[in-house]
Design a protein around this ligand. Structure first.
Ligand code: ZN
Length: 163
C-alpha cells in the first residue's frame, strides 16, 4: 500500500470537530496505515479526518526526514499546558497542497494522549514537534491553517490555492 487518499480543503470533514475514540486498540491498524500514508505523501503529520475518519487520532514524526524515524500515534490527544507566548512560523498542510501559511504557535506544549495499546502518555514537546502537534490537534477540532491567520492573509492564501 502506498497510502490512503488524502482529503483536500474545502472538504467539509476538515471543518468539523472529531469524535473521541472509544477503543484505542480498534484504531491500531488505521494508525499504521496513516503513518504509511504520511511517509508516502511525504509529510510529518496526518490527522484522521484528512483520510476521511472524523475521530480524534493523529500520527506524526518530525524526525524521519532528517534521520531515524520517531513515530507518534496519538489517540484522544489533548494539550494540557503550553507556552504563554506564541511565535509565527511557516506551515504546510497535506490537505492544502502548495500553500504555506504563517501560523502563530506556542513554542512548547505538554501533550497527553493514549497509545493504541491503551497506555496514557504525557510529554513535553518543543520546537518542530510542538508545532506539528498543535497543527494536528487543530485538525481534530475542525481547524486548518486558513483559520489561524488574519482575514486579509486568508484571502491571499485562498486566492493562491484556487490557482
Ligand atoms: Zn494539516
Amino acid at each position: 500500500m502506498s497510502g490512503l487518499p488524502i482529503r483536500r480543503w474545502p472538504d467539509p470533514i476538515l471543518s468539523r470537530p472529531c469524535a473521541p475514540v472509544a477503543d484505542p486498540q480498534a484504531v491500531a491498524g488505521l494508525a499504521a496505515d496513516m503513518l504509511e500514508t504520511m511517509y508516502a505523501a511525504p509529510g510529518r503529520g496526518l490527522a484522521a479526518p484528512q483520510i476521511g475518519h472524523a475521530i480524534r487520532l493523529f500520527v506524526m514524526d518530525v524526525a524521519w526526514k532528517d534521520g531515524a524515524p520517531d513515530p507518534f500515534i496519538c489517540v484522544n490527544p489533548s494539550i494540557i499546558a503550553h507556552a504563554a507566548e506564541t511565535v509565527a512560523g511557516p506551515e504546510a498542510c497535506l490537505s492544502i497542497p502548495g500553500v504555506t501559511a504563517e501560523v502563530p504557535r506556542s513554542p512548547w506544549i505538554v501533550l497527553r494522549w493514549t497509545t493504541p495499546e491503551g497506555v496514557l502518555h504525557e510529554q513535553r514537546l518543543d520546537g518542530a514537534a510542538a508545532i506539528c502537534a498543535q497543527h494536528e490537534q487543530d485538525h481534530l477540532d475542525g481547524i486548518v491553517t486558513f483559520d489561524r491567520v488574519s482575514s486579509e492573509a486568508r484571502r491571499a492564501l485562498e486566492a493562491d490555492y484556487a490557482g
